[in-house]
Design a protein around this ligand. Structure first.
Ligand code: GTR
Length: 330
């Protein structure tokens, strides 16, 4: 009996693996159809980037490769879509680097609090050897990176009182992305991290399940979190880049010429998104101010001091990398 169960389980695993592999890179006649996921809504800069990528690939392959863009987390929440990209169920996926850390721990260095001194510093690292090597190194875990996108800086927003220093976070339940490094950061500052899917945050803020969350201005605005958490403290604790992932299962089935086209289109998407980002940040800040949100600019030093334990934790493995990133500030 036990043997039969084992045989059945192995058979099931085989069928599942086979069908997932078959799912990667769907073909409709001679046309290759790729699914691209994003947890932001239509109109958000990252989605606009993916849509440009789709148009360019269509044009450059004369309609031989189509990229269907699915915004609004319709293919699943960020963590789920990362897993589905590893399995090849989703071909292309634009995500924040924070949750990628769970499957590729080295990426934590790019999500560390205050690791980047400015947007220029961040892009110098991403466009340089460190960032570019990581795009291909992550292939080990089932996807490669095609391009990065901008996500500005993340800051805290809360329902009942503003966060003016780490002491104000004491005892507060703060939603984090499903990411060890973001949870470590909130704990180090004295808050209680509550990992939760992006789509669940609005109602969690509304019902008091959490006291606050943290994100960049365009996300704070797009999700309407500003309606329920009106105190926005620009401590700018993390500039976490975003990444466009491509399943290796799909990638390996493409010709070199098609790989090149997809890579070039992703780079064009990155360029567009970076431009849109700057505009969207200003629009979001203006909108939330007009809606009556209270904006604060707390002194950053106490927040920087508070996150030192996070550096200690990651330094044991990635000290050289951290030092190299820090040496690129100027
Ligand atoms: C945003 C990011 C999303 C998601 C979200 C979150 O800044 O663009 O992909 O990671 O944060 O906090 O879950």
């Amino acid at each position: 009996m036990k043997k039969l169960a084992l045989v059945l389980a192995v058979l099931m695993l085989f069928v599942l693996t086979f069908s997932f592999a078959a799912m990667a890179m769907e073909k409709k006649g001679n046309v290759i159809v790729l699914k691209a996921a994003d947890d932001h809504k239509d109109g958000y800069s990252t989605v606009e980037g993916l849509k440009l990528m789709s148009r360019l690939v269509d044009e450059w392959t004369s309609g031989r490769i189509k990229i269907e863009v699915y915004p609004g987390a319709v293919l699943g929440s960020e963590k789920e879509t990362i897993e589905q990209t590893q399995m090849g169920v989703i071909d292309i996926n634009r995500v924040s680097i924070s949750p990628v850390v769970s499957v590729y721990p080295k990426m934590a260095v790019l999500a560390l609090p205050y690791i980047f001194a400015s947007r220029e510093h961040m892009w110098k690292v991403l466009d340089g050897k460190i960032g570019q090597n990581m795009l291909s190194e992550i292939e080990k875990v089932g996807f490669l990176g095609l391009a990065y996108m901008d996500s500005g800086a993340r800051s805290f927003y809360t329902v009942k009182k503003p966060i003016l220093s780490p002491a104000d976070l004491k005892g507060l339940k703060i939603r984090t992305q499903k990411s060890p490094v973001m949870m470590d950061m909130v704990s180090a500052m004295g808050g209680k991290p509550v990992p939760m899917a992006f789509e669940e945050v609005y109602s969690a803020l509304q019902t008091g399940v959490i006291d606050g969350a943290e994100n960049n201005p365009p996300s704070y605005y797009e999700t309407s979190h500003y309606e329920v958490a009106k105190y926005y403290s620009l401590d700018q604790h993390a500039m976490v880049p975003e990444i466009v992932l491509m399943s290796t299962k799909t990638w390996n089935k493409l010709s070199d010429a098609d790989k090149n086209i997809i890579k070039m289109a992703a780079i064009a998407a990155e360029e567009l998104q970076k431009k849109l980002w700057l505009k969207d940040e200003n629009i979001a800040m203006a909108k939330v101010k007009a809606a009556g949100c209270k904006i604060y600019n707390p002194e950053k030093k106490p927040f920087m001091d508070a996150v030192q334990p996070v550096y200690k934790k990651y330094a044991s493995k990635y000290m050289d990398l951290i030092k190299e990133i820090q040496s690129m500030i100027k």
